[in-house]
Every structure is written in C-alpha cells, then in structure tokens.
Design a protein around this ligand. Structure first.
Ligand SMILES: Nc1ncnc2c1ncn2[C@@H]1O[C@H](COP(=O)(O)OP(=O)(O)O)[C@@H](O)[C@H]1O
Ligand SMILES: [Mg+2]
Length: 247
C-alpha cells in the first residue's frame, strides 16, 4: 500500500527582496485527497504554488513529489513527473481554438501518435465537445475556466494545483466546476490542491485544509477543525465570521 504522501513540502521559504512571501511552510498532501489552501489576499498562496511547480526557486526548503526530491527542478520536468497547475490569471491561448489549447497541454506528455486520443478524452470529460472548434477569446468565463482545467488535465497529471480556477464564476457555475473536480478526483484518482475563495465550496470539497497567513502556515486540518480554529477565524475569516459564530 502506498502510504507515502504524494507531496511533501518542508520548510519552504520564498523571498522577494526583503519580503518573505512564504516562510518555512511545511505540509503534506496524501494521494487521492482534495486539499484546500486558503488565506487572505497576499498570504502567499500563489507564491507557494509557483515554488512547488518549479516556477520560482525557493530560498530554503525541500519539495518531495512521488518520493522524489523535485526542489529546483524546472517546471516542464515536474510536469512530466505528473504535476500540473492552472494560473490565477487566465493564460488560455486566446487566439486558439479550444481543441488546440488542449492539444498544447497534451504535447507536454504525449507524442504525435497518441496526442489526439488524449485531446478527445479530455474534451469529453470537461464537457467541451460542443465548443471544441470555438476560439477561446469568444468564450465566456465559465467555458474558459474549463478550458484552462482541460489544458492542465491533458498533461495527465497525478496531482493538479488549481489557483483560483473558479474565480469569477457565479454560484451555479462554481458548483458545476467543483462537481467536475470531485468527479476527476473520484474517477481518475487525481489528487488536488485548490486555492478557492468561496469558503462553502472549500469546506464541502476538501478533506484537508491548509491555512496560510502572511507567508506562514497557521493551521491545517479537517474543514471542521479549521472552521473552529480561533486563530483561523481571526486571521482569515475575519469579523464577519466571528460575529456569525456568536449569533
Ligand atoms: N513576483 C513578485 N515580486 C514581488 N513581490 C511579489 C511577487 N509575487 C508576489 N509578491 C508578494 O508576495 C506576497 C504573496 O503574494 P501571493 O503569493 O500572490 O499571495 P496570494 O496568492 O495568497 O494572494 C504579497 O505580498 C505579494 O505582493
Ligand atoms: Mg494568488
């Protein structure tokens, strides 16, 4: 049985000049889990994702993925080992069709012979069949968000980091998006680490939640543990949550 965590981050530190954006962060993600990473704006969530996925070189700390020390590996190599991510600011190739955008993702892991099979599979699973020939810049946000996810999925990840992948969606669209993540987790055994702002969604989706504040991990635990953690309520959920709790 594979009991080793799929991702193990230890004492990870990333500075921008004098600013310590991520400060000795340590956490683990078990295979098959959906982990939520939460924290106020500027807490360091995106920086942490960038350091884990190889975009930034950490000042300190180690990252183990699938038992391998991937610290300082380049992003494409990490991607080939099975970790993919989406970006907070949509980077969809706007002038390209949905199908071609997904194909760009697939080329990271597949060659000419089997790239199309992967494209077909991902387009189907993300429900993009009807819009596969459309150009991304003509799409609405909900479709674009799915295309972003599909592009990451086409690299056949074992682990996906989603950085506010549902941002800007209305409640119905977000619920559908979260259902898709749940389905991918259950049917394709993909492990997720998600940054998402709608707390209800995070609480409903995740088995484990990690809370970042000013670059430091201030708590981690089940949604229930986190929602009852006073430090979290003060630091992150703020006055409104404390008020609601006391009512
Ligand atoms: N490329 C960068 N250069 C300088 N400072 C940055 C850079 N990226 C992020 N920061 C700073 O690092 C801190 C963490 O930012 P970020 O990781 O984007 O937070 P979050 O994603 O939690 O909102 C913030 O203070 C932000 O201004
Ligand atoms: Mg961010």
């Amino acid at each position: 049985m594979d009991v080793e965590p799929i991702l193990k981050v230890t004492n990870l530190t990333k500075n921008f000049g004098n600013l310590v954006a991520v400060n000795r962060a340590s956490f683990k993600v078990n295979r098959g889990e959906i982990v939520g990473l939460i924290g106020p704006n500027g807490a360091g969530k995106t920086t942490l994702f960038n350091a884990i996925s190889g975009l930034y070189r950490p000042e300190e700390g180690t990252i183990f993925f699938k038992g391998m020390n991937i610290t300082n590996w380049l992003p494409h190599r990490i991607c080939r080992l099975g970790m993919s991510r989406t970006f907070q600011v949509t980077r969809a190739f706007t002038h390209m069709t949905v199908e071609d955008t997904v194909r760009v993702g697939a080329y990271n892991r597949f060659n000419e012979n089997n790239v199309q099979d992967k494209v077909e599979q991902v387009i189907k699973v993300c429900d993009l069949v009807d819009i596969r020939k459309r150009v991304c810049e003509d799409l609405g946000l909900a479709s674009l968000r799915k295309v972003e996810l599909a592009r990451a999925l086409a690299t056949e990840p074992e682990m996906l980091l989603l950085d506010e992948a549902g941002a800007g969606l209305n409640a119905t669209e977000l619920a559908a998006f979260m259902d898709l993540i749940k389905k991918l987790n259950q049917e394709s055994q993909i492990t997720f680490c998600v940054v998402e702002h709608v707390m209800q969604m995070v609480m409903g989706l995740c088995q484990q939640i990690v809370v970042l504040d000013s670059g430091e991990i201030i708590a981690s635990g089940t949604p229930n543990q986190i929602s009852n953690n006073v430090r979290v309520i003060e630091a992150y959920l703020g006055k409104r949550a404390v008020h609601a709790r006391n009512q």
